[in-house]
Write a new protein. Structure first.
Length: 318
């Protein structure tokens, strides 16, 4: 008699950030997948945890036994598994926001100890140098992560080569509650933090304004400076933009502008938004030409405002 094939149960240690809620919605809706959006319990227990895990407080006075909250999460997983009477082997998919808390939660060794036969996969959808431990303020220790996980994935091809990780693009679920065919208000749309990109955005906006093209460049700032350059089409905001509002702006634009972070080399959510809403994409990601998603009718690459393909620009509304 043949042995019954062992089943695996996917458990995602995800995020409650609205961007990831949209991106992983297909997982969240799947009854066969257990999606855990946060390590934070509800009620008074959550209040106690906020104080215990407060990074600013712990950088002044290291409060002991913070890893009990990682143990708490694992205990909840064990209890749910027992309630379901499931003998499936867990396969954990851990997103990078959990890695930012790892020195406190110690979630990786706890999972490995409690589920020795499980598969553990870590997925970084940000640059390694941007995944800073909230207590040590150091970059995530990739060798430490590899010690406990079976697979460490990154969305960025440069990071994959630099840290010997596996590459896989960011994930995206098609939004179900955003109307794609909305009235077009803008020719170009950008949303993101400055991160040194403002001069290029200014130059792009100026070039597009000269061609009577309308820009909606939303620059997220921590504070609004009195001496910030004012230009038609450039908007500064200190408020976080709901991802649903971002998608509505995408739907009302002809073309999405994508500017990669310094040292980044792979597509962001902007690519998936352009594909989902049937928009054009103007990007400084040259490597996209090697992607199976590349189509010169819909995607144009550039390095600066001086090498923009104006023939592509003239047809962005088509």
């Amino acid at each position: 008699m043949k042995n019954k094939k062992q089943m695996h149960k996917l458990i995602v240690l995800g995020a409650d950030w609205d961007v990831y809620t949209y991106a992983f919605q297909d997982f969240i809706d799947n009854k066969h997948i257990h999606y855990i959006p946060t390590f934070r319990p509800s009620g008074i227990l959550g209040v106690i945890q906020r104080i215990h895990l407060n990074p600013s407080l712990n950088r002044k006075v290291a409060i002991p036994r913070k890893k009990i909250w990682g143990e708490y999460v694992v205990h909840q997983i064990i209890r749910k598994k027992q309630n379901l009477h499931s003998d499936a082997i867990p396969c954990f998919l851990i997103l990078e926001n959990w890695l930012r808390m790892e020195s406190a939660l110690c979630i990786l060794p706890t999972l490995r100890r409690c589920f020795p036969n499980s598969k553990i996969v870590c997925f970084a959808q940000d640059l390694v140098t941007q995944i800073n431990d909230m207590y040590t303020m150091k970059d995530v220790d990739t060798e430490y992560v590899k010690k406990y996980c079976d697979l460490f994935i990154t969305f960025d091809t440069n990071d994959a080569k630099k840290y010997n990780l596996k590459y896989f693009p960011t994930v995206f679920s098609a939004p179900k509650n955003i109307v794609a065919s909305q009235h077009i208000e803008y020719d170009f749309y950008f949303l993101g933090r400055n991160k040194g990109r403002l001069p290029l955005l200014m130059n792009l906006c100026k070039a597009f304004n000269e061609q009577k093209l309308k820009c909606n460049f939303q620059i997220l700032e921590n504070t609004i400076q009195n001496n910030q350059t004012v230009m038609n089409g450039i908007n500064y905001t200190v408020c976080l933009v709901d991802y649903a509002d971002n998608l509505k702006c995408v739907a009302r634009s002809n073309c999405i502008v994508e500017l990669l972070q310094e040292n980044a080399s792979s597509a962001t959510f902007r690519l998936w938004e352009a594909i989902t809403f049937n928009k054009k994409l103007l990007t400084n990601n040259k490597s996209i030409k090697d992607s199976p998603f590349y189509d010169p009718r819909y995607i144009s690459t550039f390095s600066s405002e001086t090498d923009i393909d104006w023939n592509f620009i003239q047809h962005i509304a088509e």
